[in-house]
Design a protein around this ligand. Sequence first.
Ligand code: SF4
Length: 755
Amino acid sequence: MAFDIDMIKQVYSNVAERVDAARKITGKPLTLAEKILYSHLWGGNPTKAFTRGKDYVDFAPDRIALQDATAQMALLQFMQAGKSKVAVPTTTHCDHLIQAKNGASSDLQTALNTSNEVFNFLESVSNKYGLGFWKPGAGIIHQVVLENYAFPGGMMIGTDSHTVNAGGLGMVAIGVGGADAVDVMAGMAWELKFPKLIGVKLTGKLSGWTAPKDVILKVADILTVKGGTGAIVEYFGPGATSMSCTGKGTICNMGAEIGATTSTFGYDDSMERYLRATDRDDVADAANEVKDYLTGDAEVYANPEQYFDQVIEINLSELSPLLNGPFTPDLSTKAGSDMTAAANKNDWPLKVEWGLIGSCTNSSYEDLSRASSIAQQAIDKGLKTKAEFGINPGSEQVRYTAERDGILGVFEKLDATIFTNACGPCIGQWARYSDPANAPKNSIIHSFNRNFAKRADGNPNTHAFVASPEMVAAVAIAGRLDFNPITDKLINENGEEVMLDEPTGWELPPKGFEVKDDGFIAPEEDGSHVQVAVKEDSERLQLLTPFVPLGDTITGAKLLIKAFGKCTTDHISMAGPWLRFRGHLDNIANNTLIGAVNAFNKKTNFVKNQLTGEYDAVPATQRAYKKAGIKTIVVGDHNYGEGSSREHAAMQPRHLGVAAVLVKSFARIHETNLKKQGMLGLTFANEYDYDLIQEDDTFNFLDLNEFAPDKPLKIEAVHADGTKDLIVANHTYNQSQIDWYNEGSALNLIKKENA
Ligand code: SF4
């Protein structure tokens, strides 16, 4: 157990003054999201009102969480910052690198064998710099955060998109890229565009077969995968307070599937019960003292249309169990005959082969207990399950308690495989097939959040449907996608017709939570003596060396690639098999821009090496320029760098020697990432100048020595025939960002300031 009650009390000691000030400044009552945002401004008390969807604002998050896949580069960068400790409470969670195959004990051992080097690195860095470390098998980051760290009214960031899960305990919790997390760990502010606000009013009450999962499946149906973009979704109303805290977590978790910045709920009795059940009476007591500041103002909830940018109302009493999918989480179909019709129309296999319960979305004690009440009925009523079961408990605490209470035993009687308390099948770490690319068409149902093609098992023909844990259990028992437990009968082993009763369960364990080893390793008070071991010949990890400043003279730079059309962070730094190199900059750099389309031949990963005149892969060509001491530039189209916030997409070109990226327009986060890595991120003042760039061009920066805010740069493009074009390049660097450039990177500057 490890939560920081002093930090929480500090937050609560300021909340009244800051929220009252914000109410005054904005001249209106406040939503919960606004209260949390305005009480976490960098620099303290609010002094101005911000425009939603427009103003970029600096915030001071209370806490950071890192998962093992993204933590590697984040921590390698943090090591460059010259700090002895993280500035904000931070934890590292080992959950993504554990495959699901034969069951928890052997799978965990396999992960330790294959990724021990990475786990050891994360543990030693955490110990050295004061981060809490949750070892492999301790649980999935977001369940562990909910159980230990989330607190009402708090703000956290995490290097995983489902960080938003902590909204179930009344936080504003947001997924970010590693570079953002590093800034905050190093004591800098975190910038976010002040979000728009979507209010979801929940009336009525869930009953029978409906569950919190159906609420978010319905919201996804209404808003679609893009409907929440740039917005915080705030749930309120009697339906909200009637749900459990972990149920609220499920709803917030899948807010990521509608593109929302985050989702949240106001502090209520269910949160207090959860805090007390998870051994945090002191947090509950402290929260009770500032209760009114931890939920939206009554006037907001009474007249939501006036205060939110968009309002949705859902009557929980009218909701029915939904299955969302396949291949997208926003395609809702009602269980039963609607599904029969949809499956027949779309040729979805009706036979269900697996039912998977777990992931960070639905792996609470309540989820497992309600699903097991259905599984128990299969045993009691003589039903033979038609599909296989796989269970991923969310944390060791949940697993231990569920085992103690006989919940896991029920599933085991149905021959379920209990996988490690980790992500497993949710992130393609499910070793279901030896050759997934050629595996057969089939349907599965799971309680996870994402169901894109190949997400679970790598098989593009797996049709994955998302549902509540209790519906997953029922459908897996029936073995049919269109089974409706409310109306349909099943035939048991004696040939009798039986029906499944409504699920029952416990919001919280009646005998309390219990765990022998929760998997937490606290850092030493003084970690300065800890050695961080990275083998010289490691292919997974590589210590970073500070980037050398590019300087104020760039002449003779060659064109590496003129990218045509869409060039996302995936095109710049592909995921998939490259994930294993996320902690090794030089190795992962071998995927740099291999997905970008060369404007001159419309091929990917095939560019001209101006030194030899030959065509080669982008990374090989760039390495040849680097070897010859020649800087390069990348030219791109609109919205260059859209997609994820992964900093690798900036670090890799920087590492290989690309000096500038000149495009028609940038995705903002990628532009910032380029600046943080000490590169030039520039846009054509006249976007048609993109057409002037030729394959054999050489570039001279004419006035880089006068690099200043709001002053465009002049670049001379020298063509192969000796003719020249003058390109005017705009930029958005402010003075501090120019300082990053001058020092070689933002981290270099932090380090210098700390020296
Ligand atoms: Fe991400 Fe799935 Fe792991 Fe949750 S369980 S953190 S969604 S991979």
